[in-house]
Design a protein. Sequence first.
Lengths: 161, 300
Amino acid sequence: MKVHVKVNGVGYERDVEPRTLLAYFLREDCRLTGTHVGCDTSSCGCCVVVIDGDRAVKSCTMFAAQADGHDILTVEGLAEGGKLHALQQAFWDQHGLQCGYCTPGMLLTAIALLKHQPNPSEADIRAGLAGNLCRCTGYNNIVKAVQQAAGTLGPAAAGAS
Amino acid sequence: MIPAAFDYFRPSSTDEAFAHLQQHGPDARVLAGGQSLIPAMRFRLARPAVLVDINSLTDLRGARVDGKVLAIGATARDAEIERAPWIGERRWSLIYDVSRVVADPVVRQMGTVVGSLCHNDPAGDWTAAALASRATVVIRGKSGARRVPIDEFLVDSFATAVSDGEMALGAEFPVPDDHTAGSYQKVERKVGDFATAAAAVQVSLNADGTIRAAGIALSAAGPTAVRVDEAERLLTGQYPTAELVRAASDAASKRSAPQADQRGSIEYKKHLAGVLVARGLREALSRLGVQAFAHSGVQA
């Protein structure tokens, strides 16, 4: 079947089997390998992409057919003209990654989180990232990175409970 | 694993969706959020020959408080419930609690309440909440739409009153009165895991402080979520006391019929069911201002 999607603002039309999962569609049919496949069973969140601007989904647990006609944001769409997105820069500044495997999913989940909650508390961020696993950093720096991007990391925020 | 091949239909009307389901009968499955179905297909636990994707059907979207019921459409996402404008009202506190612990926050962007009811996992969250809330599921069959009380809807593990060729259109949760509060207590090993045990509690008080109605249900306590009839009977008409909570808790332990697995032994899970019902009752009563039952732990 034909699937038309817009990924990072670019239109893609591909002929795929209905059973093609969105993660594999992005990686193999669109050749956008920034979206990682971790557990492949909707547990780890490495494959998260954002649909229609504000909805983070696990692309290993969605068929490409379901994305037909929708806008998809992947990690490749974050930086503009070689300049990192504020959230990417925050991950860099706060050392929010080590091996980097979970990072695309963390970034995209955080993008949607900040759309819904522009001023999240630390607890909001921890709750919002609960579907994304990281096996290196221990999360603290990831949370700080999201706080930095939201503008809520600072002396004032550090003292609040 | 990649799912077995299937034919995919994305109808643009409920009539069209129903026609596909009627035509393919047991070979077809409805695709709503897919957060249980797609993993099951990937593990080849499910191999439907036909998927009918209902996500384009605008009349099945959303969750609205409509008169006496909260009407949840078949494609309303868990996240929509979590962010609903009415979710902060005390009367919806059971639903509020559940909406924050189903699966994980990303899965909740796709997962649906009605899909969860139709999947009827023995350790599901919405099934227990629906029992405690006395919800109804609207099913479209050959002779039109019918309303099935949740107790009849939950037939057996992964089996419901939705027959081959039929589809669930939505669920209706009665709007609780002003003197109602609830609580959902879930113990899980990690975020996104199914419950080791969980208890859904909803309590309505009379003006004199006695309990007018109680809904008590358990998850991961049998082939489907189960209602603890005995606890509901004990509570109704009584003043809430510590002894009464203990009696309801004991009834829940007794009613729980879990399976031993890597999450715990039968003995542990039965004990836990009782503990969670007691915690749920104390929390619901606390939300109703019955402070004698507030948690004794340190308050934030």
